[in-house]
Design a protein around this ligand. Sequence first.
Ligand code: HEM
Length: 349
Amino acid sequence: MVFLKVALGFLITAFLSATVSLAHPGLGFGWGIGGSPGGQFGAHPFGLFPQFYQFSCPQADNIVMSVLNKAIAKQPRMAASLLRLHFHDCFVQGCDASILLDDSATIASEKNALPNRNSIRGFEVIDEIKAKLEEACPQTVSCADILAMAARGSTVLSGGPSWELPLGRRDSKNASLSSSNTNIPPPNSTLQNLITLFQRQSLDEVDLVALSGGHTIGVARCATFKQRLYNQNGNNLPDLTLEKSYYNGLKSVCPKSGGDNNISPLDFGSPVKFDNLYFKLILWGKGLLNSDQVLLSGNVGNTMELVKAYAEDDKLFFKQFAKSMIKMGNISPLTGFNGEVRKNCRVVN
Ligand code: HEM
């Protein structure tokens, strides 16, 4: 009898789940077996949870990973670019794929904001993932979730940690160029500046230092660190926290005039490997951006201790990076009936 009741309950649940999915493609409440972390059935009717596409698009992550595998093999820097794309999405009206929208009659694209213009990249890879997902599961997997999956996949393929990724974000119907300019921290930020801008997103100092560890991969343009080489404090002197030989090397990449688009690795020791060398370099005065080096020298809170701890213990860094990525990925998502699942990540439906 008990068995029959359980079996009947299961059938009804499966039926409801299928009905809702059909009525609202892409809504995928994930009702059914193991629908929510902790096993609390129905605990996340409008929240994010890892099994969101379990029934509506079980192959989603495999599709993401197969495109990433090829793209990153062809161009290792792509991993870094995709990780950054998720960050720049989440800091502007939440993780809603607003960064992917192109200019249109109603959209002032975030791609033209100061932190993104001539800098943010990876859109073609997201397009390719989206096209494959639309073929396999039409209008089901949001662009915002694709960004989150691509960021995790890129971290893993670069040798970094993995994490169980909450899913179910929906896509915005608008963008905010002005919030991109005000919410994304500039590279010449003071430590207090960085802490304030992260706090605005409910991220604390631990998140700030761990997530800055994303700079273990990728590159930066000369324009973003030139000030440190030639005029750090408006007195025509360099940033004295720069280690001498590193400083000389950077000057050869980045002359006083011109060369603004020349690039230098954020972690010159292992620029395509996700490891904790980034933190060791900071200890040695070889952080590239002002925002990297001030985590050690800024003298606010306990970021210095955190840099030292992550430099000493890569497992500790990996664990915290994963935790903080989940936290960042949870910034104000659109869920339930809010937003939409775009068919093409560059335009609203
Ligand atoms: C703490 C505040 C941060 C500042 C001020 C900052 C600033 C920058 C700047 C200026 C660049 C180079 C852009 C260019 O040259 O055009 C960059 C690159 C990068 N950032 Fe950040 N960033 C911060 C936090 C983060 C976070 C939280 C992540 C990810 C978790 C991240 C991931 C990356 C990656 C991977 C690159 C290299 C991208 C590529 O090679 O295409 N950054 N960042």
